[in-house]
Ligand binder design. Structure first.
Ligand SMILES: N[C@H](CCC[C@H](N)C(=O)O)C(=O)O
Length: 276
């Protein structure tokens, strides 16, 4: 297998980006995503992102997690995607439409190099997130028993499922132990990303994440959006907040048009060729 790729990171959430905009067959790369993401035997990444053509938007983005599973959407990934396609000259527009598993997402590259993204509307109906046992009702501050302990969860989909849990002290959370037990809990038919959140004040929260299909990452963009929605649904913050992650800070707004806006950095790290 031989292919060129570009390594990008956004708040430390890192990705191998592969340009298949001209319809190149990337099935072998997609089938080897787990090997490519391995941090010792591969390039090392939280996921592989493909730049693809679209019939309904300027581009299509496909995201494969480091365990080889496909996700509907990736918030940090789309900021990397936007700057990658602009930098590669695939568009001269700084604001454009990207087809994803979460619908059409609109990133806009800012003058300061950050990317402002219209992440669309959050999905709150239990059966659409999906979370079992809630029908089409919302899942706000509901009980869940994980590993014999009761937690209060608020669940949100940004195209991909998220379970947000508020805690008093985030440093007490043993993420590597409890994360996988949430991810594979029977309440989540399509598994879940899980965010543990400590409220610092009504405009600033600290969040750590165990991602579906990737484990602990330094940041999660869709998870930060879900965190913002959960904070606001529980009346814990204002409608604009900053989310402090292990790898950086993202700005999240739940606007009056019901869209979630995320703003944050994305940086190209290196270009390389896979030859194994
Ligand atoms: N692991 C996620 C996909 C990557 C999302 C995350 N890296 C982000 O920035 O949104 C899932 O399976 O839903």
């Amino acid at each position: 297998m031989k292919f060129d790729f570009v390594k990008w990171q956004a708040c430390g959430n890192d990705f191998v980006l592969v340009n298949a905009f001209n319809g190149e067959d990337v099935s072998e790369i997609r089938n080897n995503a787990e090997k490519i993401c391995d941090r010792h035997f591969g390039a090392g990444a939280d996921g592989v992102i493909f730049i693809l053509p679209s019939k309904v938007a300027d581009f299509r983005m496909q995201i494969i997690n480091s365990d080889g599973s496909e996700a509907e959407m990736c918030g940090n990934g789309i900021r990397c995607f936007a700057k990658a396609v602009y930098g590669a000259g695939l568009t001269t527009k700084r604001k454009f439409a990207v087809e994803t598993g979460a619908g059409i997402i609109i990133p806009e590259i800012q003058e300061d190099g950050t990317v402002h993204v219209d992440m669309g509307e959050p999905i709150l109906e239990g059966d659409k997130i999906p979370v079992a046992g809630f029908g089409n009702g919302k899942v706000i501050n509901e009980d869940i028993i994980v590993d014999g302990k009761n937690y209060k969860m608020t669940c949100v989909s940004m195209g991909n499922p998220h379970c947000v849990v508020f805690v008093d002290d985030i440093n007490e959370i043993k993420l590597d132990e409890i994360g996988p037990k949430f991810e594979t809990h029977s309440a989540f038919p399509r598994k879940t990303n899980t965010e543990f959140v400590e409220i610092k004040n009504d405009g600033y929260v600290r969040m750590r994440v165990w991602e579906r299909g990737a484990g602990i990452t330094l940041a999660c963009g869709t998870g930060s959006c879900a965190t913002g929605v959960a904070c606001m649904l529980n009346n814990l913050t204002k409608r604009q907040i900053q989310v402090e992650l292990d790898g950086g800070i993202l700005k999240i707004e739940w606007a009056d048009n019901n869209h979630i806006y995320m703003t944050g950095p994305a940086t190209k790290v290196y270009e390389a060729r896979w030859v194994d």
